[in-house]
Design a protein around this ligand. Structure first.
Ligand code: NCD
Length: 338
């Protein structure tokens, strides 16, 4: 585990511009809204034949995934390419980290190749923050998931999907269902939902899958699924993160599905126009039925499409922040030299 002393301040410039994206926690509403507005314009661009803009032309983006990924890695790669960046995907399975090279040495080597941005997924909570604050100053760090801590681009693509389907956050009732305890996605979602002013945020899960401090997120906690789903506008399901469970927290997957699986019968308690989300990968028949995952309320594939746009937005904003900071530093040095 790495230290996370200042989990959010490190990601902003002196003037409050984004220069890294590590967590949604503590970011002001205006900044989250700016990410969504910027991403909105990229969604429209993605629907056109020519999907490229030159915002990151000549820049080098390195995708460093120390943990497995399908949609996050591929949408980050596409996002960087649509911004016209040169993209390097480091295959960690065959890289020198397997020969014992430390994270710090790997990153300093890549920084020496004049990379402008690292997109990092790592199993240790705090890894992205550690890199941004200690390892490679001047390189924009985008967190693509660190341990159980945060997955901010996933949370923002979820916010974009909600806004595009449901509009005004302040009028919504939203339920997050499932394994909150092990989920970096849930933590980032809850911070963002709260900052964006969602009227009512609920969390539905067995006690064993809830963090002890869950109420501090300003949510209503339900153990009963049907009660928790009553009249909600958005159902955000989470994957059961078996790989992060250190002890038996559940009787069985079939028992879990019986109590917490999202089915059409269960959804009847939600608002008739409710949408259903899942960050993927889905365990069909565990947290969600196939009928719901593939049904008309599911927006799961929209989440994937919106992920490209959100990643483009965050990458271009962070690069802008880095550039602004470099210019400010150069101006200050010039001033001091006179
Ligand atoms: C999530 C992750 O890796 O944290 N997936 C993703 O990024 N699409 C959620 C999960 O693995 O369940």
């Amino acid at each position: 585990m790495f230290e996370t002393k200042h989990p959010y301040r490190v990601q902003l410039t002196e003037t409050g511009q984004l220069k890294h994206f590590i967590t949604t926690e503590g970011l002001p509403r205006a900044l989250l809204t700016e990410i969504l507005d910027t991403a909105d314009s990229f969604v429209d661009m993605g629907a056109q034949q020519v999907k490229k803009v030159p915002l990151l032309r000549g820049r080098t983006v390195a995708n460093l995934f120390f943990e497995n990924s399908t949609r996050t890695l591929s949408t980050f790669e596409l996002a960087a390419k649509r911004l016209s960046a040169d993209v390097l995907n480091l295959n960690i399975a065959t890289s020198s980290t397997k020969k014992g090279e430390t994270l710090k040495d790997t990153l300093m080597t890549l920084a020496a190749m004049q990379s402008d941005m690292f997109v990092v997924r790592h199993s240790d909570s705090g890894a992205a923050h550690f890199i941004a604050s200690e390892v490679t100053p001047g390189v924009a760090i985008i967190n693509a998931g660190d341990g159980r801590h945060a997955h901010p681009t996933q949370a923002m693509l979820d916010m974009l999907t909600i806004r595009r389907h449901k509009g005004d956050f302040t009028k919504l009732r939203i339920a997050v269902v499932g394994d909150v305890l092990h989920s970096r996605v849930a933590r980032s979602q809850l911070h963002a939902l709260r900052t964006l002013g969602v009227a009512e945020v609920r969390v539905i899960a067995p006690r064993t899958l809830l963090p002890r401090d869950v109420e501090s997120f300003g949510v209503k906690v339900y153990q009963d699924l049907t009660e928790g789903l009553r009249d909600v506008d958005v159902v955000m399901t989470l994957r059961l993160q078996r790989e992060r469970m250190t002890s038996a927290l559940l009787p069985s997957e079939s028992e879990y599905f019986k109590l917490y699986g999202i089915t059409d019968d269960r959804l009847a308690f939600a608002h008739p126009d409710a949408i259903v989300m899942h960050p993927g990968p889905i365990n069909r028949g565990v947290e969600i039925s196939s009928a719901v995952a593939d049904g008309k309320r599911s927006v799961i594939l929209d989440q994937v499409t919106n992920g490209i746009a959100v990643r483009m937005a965050v990458m271009s904003m962070a690069m802008g922040g880095q550039q602004a900071e470099r210019q400010a530093r150069a101006a200050a040095e010039e001033g001091a030299g006179q």
